[in-house]
Design a protein around this ligand. Sequence first.
Ligand code: DGJ
Length: 698
Amino acid sequence: MAIIYLEEKRLFAISGDAVSYLFGFDERGLLKHLHWGRRVDSPGDFGAGFTGEGTANDPAVDILTEEYAPWGGMRFKEPCLKVSFADGTRDLVPVYREHRIRGDLLSVTFTDAHYPLELILFYRMMDGFDILERYAEIVNRGKEPFTIHRAASAEFHFPGTGWHQTNVYGQWAAEQRRFREPLGYGRKVLESRKGSTGHNHGPWFILDRNAGEEEGTVYFGALVYSGNFKTVFEVSPYGNTRVITGINDFDFAWVLRPGESFRTPAVLCGCTGGGFGAMSRGMHRIALKRLMPEEHRGEIRPVLYNSWEATYFDVTCQGQLALAETAAAMGVELFVVDDGWFGERHSDHAGLGDWYVNRTKFPSGLAPLVDGVKKLGMQFGIWVEPEMVNPDSDLYREHPEWIYRFEHREPTTGRNQLVLNLCEPAVAHYIVGVLSSLLSEHDIAFVKWDMNRAVSEPGALNLPPEDRQSVWYRHVLAFYGIVDELRRKFPRVVFEACASGGGRVDHGCLMRFDQFWTSDNTDALDRLEIQEGYSLMFPAKAMRAWVTDCPNFLNKRTIPLRYRFHSAMMGSLGIGGDLKKWSPQEREESAKMVAMYKEIRHVVQEGELYRLSTIGSGLAALQYVLSGESVVFALTRGERYGRELIPLRLRGLDRGKTYTVDIDGFAYDKSGGYLMESGITLHLPGDYASIMVRITEK
Ligand code: DGJ
């Protein structure tokens, strides 16, 4: 890692092992992006050069590859920063003041030509990962407040046109579906306005021209943020491509008072010549080694049981203990009681906010269940949805003023619930207090933190009217603050992020939660597509996947148990079915699959992922490789045209080494070179056929 400043060229070069990022000042003092890509060993060859003024219709500032474009002067492109000052001026002229290099962090500071606004751009190349972290900070050094209307985290430039962007699209129970499309002239926006990241798109970008799974140049960046985001792709009429990403400026305003500063969320960005696969492996690596919460990052995730699909709200101590007994016999290591254990929670109409044990369901409190689960050799986990309240709850009756709402309007309920105003310190205090009691009074090893509706009518009536459009960001910061505080107080507890399934899958949560509940869709086939989209940016260790009942609750599809297991074994395995209804044969088969998973889970959870084939082609084939060991899962939807023999070329092995390939008990030895050039042949006849192959270095 190196940060270099070339004084004579007024140029910055930030380099990792294989990549460099360069920018410098032009003759007018405008900061111009120069290079992002392969490592540059002679940065002095670059220079910001001469920009000139352009013309009245095509001003140079609009064409220039600016590092962080302010809104001001003759700029008509999408800006990164837009403010209005107390005297009504809405124009920025950032002038370079200084830069500092402190260890691996570069900061470049600008001050407005007249107003006491300071803008600081931060850059850090993350050692050993070739991932660049970027964010910005705005400081009010004056005596009057000013308002920030837009503050993106970063701007990126890509030479020319002809780029494609890849992201995911979806909705509840259908998240993370990968798509790739060409970027044409004009602006394209991917965003959330729902208060959370949402189920619709990911807060990250991927750009390529003609990359494939394992070849070609891919650029990418992930916003470390869990709220309203906005990514703008702009192909300018001048033939250049830009990406700007950050907090969504929709309904956003932040009043920055004297002495205050505003820091944007960070973006983690990188580029690779190894296609989408190398991109994902790079992002998985940094997640596993640096980003995920440190306390549990290195731990193998236990096999989990979750009660939701078995009992929904019909939770009783006896019923849960019965499930726990069966789960333990199958080899489950962590038993989680989902919704329905608290307050008057007999349906989704009541109880949210009342985080005390329902005494009808648990006459002697939670202790008999927790103790029972522990006696069975499992850890105990519990579900909560702390940001929400049902109007039919003690909390709401006591504090109807604790929700987001606008004056003279009835707040809209979603899933019969309202959103608590986390910008009110008393609310945050209540949540920390009530969850702290729960976690200190019981031996709880795991918390599933849910969020089942979007934020709407975001009126935080406790804030002065001029501050109320800051709610979107304040809510996320308060949510982070509460989780951080609980993690600090209860470091042993593992936290799972859930928002009606995968409604808050982002790097903000990845850095605070140990895993995601990926989707409420537990159909093993649909999951293959959902899991593939998820895997673009996020690691298998953080992806919970359950085996549930058939016919599936969502689409009534029936899929063999073995296939359901294979689908879920590609992440952190869980079971979520109504075990009372499972036959002795099914339980026995499940116990065998769980035992098998325990043998290979370190490879899945900590290995390098190769997407050999995607379910879109009819075959999902994923390979995980971890120092001398490899596992391949192959699942089809159904055999077609009598093609039941499927050749599969492997990846990530050592050509010169010999491996034992074990396909369902049939074992043979081959060299890594052979397995990667010629491959293995799988026999997958009929519908919903699946197989797990183990490859072990001799
Ligand atoms: C939505 C989650 O995604 C489900 O797994 C379950 O926890 C329910 N909420 C409970 O209400």
